[in-house]
Design a protein around this ligand. Structure first.
Ligand SMILES: O=C(O)CCC(=O)C(=O)O
Length: 374
C-alpha cells in the first residue's frame, strides 16, 4: 500500500509569485510536451498524431439544465428535466445547472472572498502552506514525483465533511468572515448535491436513496479545492490544470464567470465551457462511474490559462465515506453486462492522484477487473 510522504520532494514555488515577478517566459518546469499543449485539440490515435483541429472558437457547450423543472406541477416538464440530466450524464459526464436553489449572492460572496484570500500578502497565505500528508491548506502542486512537470496554478484545499476531518484551524482566517462564508456555502451546496444524487439514482432505475446510501449515508465526505490560475506569459506552452477525471463521487464547480478556461473532453476534441450566469458545473467522478458500472462515465477535463486575466474556480467534491468498498450496484449487473470493477475504498483510490498528480483517466481504467497492478 502506498503511503503519503510528509513533505514535498523540492521547494515549493508559488505560481502567483512567478506571475507577479513579471517574467516573460515560463520556467521549463511548466512547459508541457507538445501533445498536451492547448493547441493540440484532437486526440490522434497513435497512428494519427498529426491531427490538429479547431475547438476553442466553436459554439459547442456542455448542456445547461434548468433544475426548477424538477419541482414543476407539470409532470411532462419534470420528466423532461430528468431525461435531460440522464442524457447529459450518459453523453457528456458534465452539465451546468441553473435555478438550483443556491443563493446567487452567496455564490458571488464566496468567489469574492477567495479572490481576497489569494490577494493577501504572501506571508499571510504561507501560514496555511500544505504538505502531501493531507493536502489541506495552500498548495502549488499535486503529486510528489521529483522533477515532475507542474501546472500553472495555486490552490487551497480543505475538508468540509466528515465532521471528524473538519478543522477550522486548517481553513484560512482571512479575509474577515471567510470561515462563515465557507460554512454557509458548504451547507447550501451539500443540499444541492443530495438532490442531484437522488436524480441520478432515479435515472439509473435505482431507489432514490441508492447512491446516497452507497456513499455511506450521512457519513459522506465533502471537500473543496479553490483553484487560482495567475496570468501566464506563455499560455500556449502550459496548462492551468492537466487533464484528469475527478477521483471522487460528483463535483460541483463554481467557475469564474468572467474568464473561461475549463475544457471538457468530448470524443476527440476539447470543448471550452461557456459558463451560464450563476450556474454550477456538475460532473460525474470516478466513484459514480464504478457504482453505475460505467453507465455514467467520469470525463476528462483540463484548464487552459491566458496572459490577460487571472482566473479562480471553486470545486466542491462530494465523495463516498472513505473506508467503505465502492463497487458496481448489484441491481445494474446483467449476464451481458457483468461487473467491470473490483471493489476499492475511496481512501485507497485517491492516493493515486495525490501521489502521481492528474493523469487523465489512467486510474479508473486500471481498476477494470482483473485489476492491473500499477
Ligand atoms: O478550474 C476549473 O474550471 C476546473 C477545476 C477542476 O477541474 C478541479 O478542481 O478538479
Amino acid at each position: 500500500m502506498m503511503n503519503s510522504p510528509k513533505d514535498w520532494p523540492e521547494p515549493i514555488v508559488r505560481v502567483q509569485s512567478l506571475s507577479e515577478s513579471g517574467i516573460s517566459s515560463i520556467p521549463d518546469r511548466y512547459i508541457k510536451p507538445p501533445t498536451e499543449r492547448p493547441s493540440f485539440h484532437v486526440f490522434g490515435s497513435s497512428q494519427d498524431t498529426a491531427a490538429v483541429a479547431e475547438a476553442d472558437n466553436s459554439n459547442a457547450n456542455i448542456p445547461v439544465i434548468d433544475l426548477s423543472g424538477l419541482e414543476s406541477e407539470d409532470s411532462q416538464l419534470r420528466a423532461a428535466t430528468l431525461s435531460r440530466v440522464s442524457e447529459s450524464c450518459r453523453e457528456w459526464g458534465f452539465f451546468q445547472v441553473v435555478n438550483h436553489g443556491v443563493s446567487p449572492q452567496l455564490m458571488d460572496r464566496a468567489l469574492e472572498m477567495w479572490r481576497g484570500f489569494f490577494h493577501l500578502p504572501a506571508q499571510a497565505k504561507q501560514l496555511y502552506a500544505n504538505s502531501p500528508k493531507t493536502y489541506e491548506g495552500y498548495g502549488s502542486r499535486l503529486g510528489v514525483e521529483k522533477g515532475a512537470i507542474l501546472d500553472w496554478s495555486d490552490y487551497y484545499f480543505l475538508h468540509y465533511l466528515p465532521l471528524s476531518l473538519k478543522d477550522y484551524s486548517k481553513w484560512p482566517h482571512l479575509p474577515t468572515n471567510c470561515r462563515e462564508v465557507i460554512d454557509e456555502y458548504g451547507k447550501e451546496v451539500l443540499k444541492l448535491c443530495g438532490r442531484l444524487l437522488k436524480v441520478l439514482s432515479v435515472n439509473l432505475g435505482l431507489r432514490e436513496e441508492f447512491l446516497q446510501n452507497a456513499f455511506g449515508g450521512e457519513d459522506i465526505g465533502a471537500c473543496m479545492r479553490v483553484n487560482f490560475y495567475p496570468k501566464c506569459p506563455q499560455p500556449e506552452l502550459t496548462l492551468g490544470l492537466s487533464s484528469h477525471s475527478d477521483p471522487g463521487g460528483m463535483t460541483l464547480l463554481l467557475p469564474d464567470h468572467q474568464v473561461t478556461g475549463l475544457q471538457v473532453r468530448k470524443a476527440n476534441s476539447w470543448i471550452t465551457v461557456k459558463p451560464a450566469p450563476h450556474a454550477f458545473i456538475v460532473n460525474i467522478g470516478d466513484q459514480i462511474q464504478v457504482l453505475s458500472n460505467a453507465i455514467y462515465k467520469s470525463v476528462e477535463h483540463r484548464v487552459v490559462v491566458n496572459s490577460g486575466r487571472e482566473r479562480l474556480s471553486m470545486a466542491f467534491f462530494y465523495n463516498p465515506k472513505s473506508d467503505i468498498p465502492i463497487e458496481p450496484a448489484k441491481e445494474l449487473l446483467t449476464p451481458e453486462r457483468p461487473s467491470l470493477y473490483t471493489p476499492m475504498t475511496f481512501d485507497e483510490y485517491r492516493l493515486f492522484i495525490r501521489l502521481r498528480g492528474p493523469q487523465g483517466k489512467s486510474q479508473v481504467e486500471s481498476l477494470k477487473s482483473p485489476r492491473r497492478l500499477s
